[in-house]
Design a protein around this ligand. Structure first.
Ligand code: 2AM
Ligand code: CA
Ligand code: CA
Ligand code: CA
Length: 273
């Protein structure tokens, strides 16, 4: 049964094939539609009715206030009304609602729902992760060369991180069975949780992109760390997720090596101009 808080998933399913009013936020690549705002409004309205003392951190509310609130010890719902907005705009069916509950800064509940493919991922801390009610488990593959790796290549459009992003993509391509860049951080984390992919990495995300997915990966037996290999920080997410510890460590080393190569190229380039 679907959790009550996502019962408005019909809004996304009905809208994905139709016309959308599209606006941009930070740049041409940063899209928002009336449906992102509508779904967030309904989610917060319904949850606040049920849990009047709880706090909310939602992407579109934060964007319009231009201020990311601090995560406190109070129960806080972290909401992405449509993760994969660019996919949604293009009617590419890889898009979802992502909802997490943090209590005392710890993730307690994660819900990710793709209303087009009708895939509902759920997790509760200490109680495992599920796809449409059936338990899921992350991959036991430990070698990069046997892995399907996912990342977000679209950050290559941002000039000051283009070389770092492309350097990491090149490193992934050169070692893995294959790479995928799917445009929804929340769903990609769930695919790592269900062993459809072995690993995922991206920087430059926000709490609502990853909060639910991170809990789902961990409850499926997977591992999430910060890109530098340290503890993952939900309020400043730089993510490496993998099916197991060994593969996470391999990814940390691979990214460090790729970045060192990129920075060396930068130095050589700067020295020659
Ligand atoms: P969004 O669809 O909710 O914006 C791939 O684009 C992933 O990165 C998605 O999970 C997307 O979430 C997220 N993302 C975060 N900031 C973004 C931005 N400025 N532009 C595009 N995607 C962004
Ligand atoms: Ca967005
Ligand atoms: Ca998002
Ligand atoms: Ca979003």
């Amino acid at each position: 049964m679907k959790p009550k808080c996502i019962l408005q998933d019909k809004v996304i399913r009905d809208a994905i094939q139709g016309c959308k009013n599209i606006e941009t936020k930070a740049g041409d690549w940063d899209l928002v539609t009336e449906f992102d705002k509508k779904v967030e409004e309904i989610l917060i309205h319904n949850l606040a009715k049920e849990f009047p003392t709880h706090k909310f951190i939602g992407e579109e509310t934060v964007s319009s206030a231009n201020h990311l609130p601090e995560l406190t010890d109070n129960p806080t719902w972290i909401i992405d009304p449509i993760d994969g907005t660019t996919n949604f705009v293009h009617s590419f069916p890889f898009t979802c609602i992502s909802i997490a509950l943090a209590v005392e800064k710890e993730l307690e509940i994660g819900i990710v729902y793709n209303p087009v493919l009708e895939q509902l991922f759920t997790a509760r801390k200490g109680r495992g992760a599920y796809l449409n009610g059936k338990p899921i488990k992350s991959s036991s593959i430990e070698e990069l060369e046997h892995s399907l790796l996912c990342c977000e290549a679209s950050y290559a459009t941002i000039e000051n991180i283009r070389d770092i992003t492309l350097g990491r993509v090149e490193a992934f391509v050169s070692v893995a069975h294959g790479i995928r860049t799917m445009g929804s951080a929340a769903l990609t984390l769930c695919y790592v949780a269900m062993s459809a992919a072995e690993g995922y990495h991206t920087d430059n995300l926000m709490p609502w992109d990853v909060a639910a997915g991170v809990l789902i990966v961990r409850e499926a037996g997977g591992v999430v760390v910060d890109t530098n290999g340290g503890e993952f920080n939900i309020m400043a997410p730089k993510v490496i997720a993998a099916g197991n510890h060994k593969l996470v460590n391999e990814l940390v080393k691979l990214i460090k090596k790729a970045d060192a190569k990129t920075l060396q190229k930068r130095l050589i380039h700067e020295a020659t101009i």
